[in-house]
Structure formats: C-alpha cells, structure tokens
Design a binder for this molecule. Sequence first.
Ligand code: ADE
Length: 234
Amino acid sequence: MRIDVVSIFPDYFAPLQLSLVGKAIEKGIVESHVHDLRRWTHDRHNTVDDTPYGGGAGMVMKPEPWGEALDTVEAAAPGPMTVIVPTPAGRPFTQTIAYELAAKPRLVFACGRYEGIDQRVLDHSHDTYDTHELSLGDYVLNGGEVAALAIIEAVVRLLPGVIGNPDSLREESHSQDNDALLEYPNYTKPPQWRGRAVPEVLLGGNHAVIAAWRRDEALRRTLARRPDLIVDPE
Ligand code: ADE
C-alpha cells in the first residue's frame, strides 16, 4: 500500500517511522510519502489560507494549493487513489471503515487546518477520486494531522504481515469475529496482586468454559459502556 500525506505540518508524521507502522515501512508492506502543502504555493509568504466569503471567524484553506497537491500526488504513482479528509464534520471512522481502507492500494490523507478547506476542493475530490471525509469522534482537534495518524495506524495494522499473530486481530474490541463487542478483560501472572485475584475460571484450563466466560464479560462490558453497539434484532 502507498500512503501519501499532505499537511502544512509534515513533522507531525515523524511517528510513522516508529513501532508497528515503522516496521511495516521497513518490510516494504507500506510506502509512505509526506508532503508540505506549502510546496504548492507561489507567493512570497507561502500563503495557504484566506478569510471566509460571507464573513465569520477563522480562516479557510485556499483551493489552489490543494488542487495542485492532489494533481501532483495522483501523477506520482499509478493506480486509483482513495482520498481521506479528516474532519469533525465527517462520517464517524469505525473498524469497518478501517477494514475497507486496508483493501485499497493507495491512500492520500488531506490534512486541513483552520476552519477547514474550501468546499470546492472537497467537491472536486468527490467527483474525481474515491473520497471519504472521516471524523475521529465528536470533539474538535486543531487539524487533521492527529486524526490521520490514528487512521493510518488503525489501517496499517490490518495489512497482512504487519501483526505477528493474526489471532490477536480476531479477539480484540470491534472485531467482526467478536460480533463487534468490546474485548473481555485480560490477566497475566502473578495470580494474586495487591489482594486482587485472577478470576478462578481462567486458571482452570477448560477452554469451553473460558470462552463462555469471556463472551459473558464482553457482553457485560459492552452493555455497560457502549449499549449502542448491541443491536436489537426487533
Ligand atoms: N479535525 C479536527 N477535528 C477532527 C476530528 N474530530 N476528527 C477528524 N479530524 C478532525
């Protein structure tokens, strides 16, 4: 998979070289290219924003640098590209979308700042490319960079060969193999710690009983914390 990122803060993406995503890049599973949007400005001050038409607070990112950025990134490699625009006004990003994105050959992250990007850039992108405006949650960050990092990590860990033991993907929270429930609680040694014991059932070695206990705990936890994830069949 090829990942391009366009941002006015390319330094935000240094962590891509670390940990699991860094290893995926080293192994050649992922190729990443981070671009400074100001490269596509043509004035002395490298201006990327301007005041909004109609008035109001804040600044809006100008369309011209974004148009050139998308044109250049598209021409840099063959194959259809999927454009992801992190924005609090987007569709909620979910594990299901992470699986969908993991199947794409090229992801391009367009990270906006200020009050957002001129709407015509988004309209153009929707008309030209497979484009997804995605929100990390119902809160506002200063820009799309942190959200792009989160989405990249969620997607790259699903690529074959990135996670050592693929079973861990099956058992975790939001996994389809786990009915998209929250994950059950986990314990390791020692069996007693500060007066707290590991649940007896996990020490017994009866796999069927352990599986049933874990499913109960996952259901109990999901009902308490995320009842919206338990779909009523009615
Ligand atoms: N940019 C600013 N806030 C955001 C959010 N909640 N999700 C995605 N991108 C954002």
